[in-house]
Design a protein around this ligand. Structure first.
Ligand code: PCA
Length: 214
């Protein structure tokens, strides 16, 4: 019997950067054993539409039981598990194909938002206990990361046996300019590996607050 698959995706560099920590983490985890499962790491184009086509091909090829899509978020200082994806594209900068959609739906006619199906409270708690900077985020933005997150949750909406979600990562130290927060690659790789292990082993999330008043 082949081992169950955990799919971990990252993005190619965008916005003038030459690196993207999410691609490096996804590729570093390719082949990693997580309990009985094996991680498959892949890199998506930072292009509206094409990124979701690439994700659809990966879902069809690997039939993963767990999917964690990763992306870079400059300005964040912690691994940021995303709670919710919005059905809107509103690009402040062009994607890597030059497209800059404004106020277009990711999936026309579909729900306004979709929640993660990962046990994000348990994942946050475990990373915090391990000393890894982590937070629960209530916005994945409106660029290609949110686009992929929404597309992923939409694609798997009728497949409850496959759980999925999104995590934003801080910049790498080599990318950070003038005081921007960053984390070493090894910290991110091991943090994401722990998050996947907890997700794999936690069928029902913990009801503990990560709420905010802002
Ligand atoms: N971050 C961008 C898109 C690709 C990436 O790594 C975002 O947050 O939308």
């Amino acid at each position: 019997m082949t081992a169950p698959c955990i799919l971990v995706t990252g993005f190619e560099p965008f916005g003038g950067e030459v690196e993207n920590p999410s691609a490096q983490v996804a590729l570093a985890l390719d082949g990693r054993r997580i309990g009985p499962a094996v991680a498959v790491g892949a890199v998506l184009p930072c292009v509206f539409g094409a990124a979701n086509d690439a994700m659809a091909a990966l879902l069809a090829a690997h039939r993963p039981r767990l999917v964690l899509a990763l992306g870079q978020a400059a300005g964040r200082s912690a691994l940021s598990l995303e709670r919710v994806a919005l059905n809107v594209d509103d690009a402040r900068i062009p994607d890597n194909a030059g497209a800059q959609p404004v106020d277009l739906p990711v999936v026309p006619g579909a729900a306004a938002a979709r929640f993660t199906t990962l046990p994000v409270k348990a994942m946050v708690a475990a990373l915090r206990d391990a000393g890894c900077p982590v937070e629960l985020s209530n916005s994945a933005g409106t660029f290609v990361c949110n686009h992929v997150f929404y597309g992923l949750q939409h694609a798997l909406r009728r497949r409850p046996s496959a759980r999925s979600g999104f995590m934003h990562l801080p910049l790498l130290p080599s990318q950070a300019r003038r005081g921007e927060p960053s984390l070493p690659l090894a910290t991110m790789v091991e943090g994401v590996a722990l998050a996947l292990d907890v997700a794999w082993n936690t069928p029902v999330d913990r009801a503990v607050t990560e709420g905010r008043l802002d």
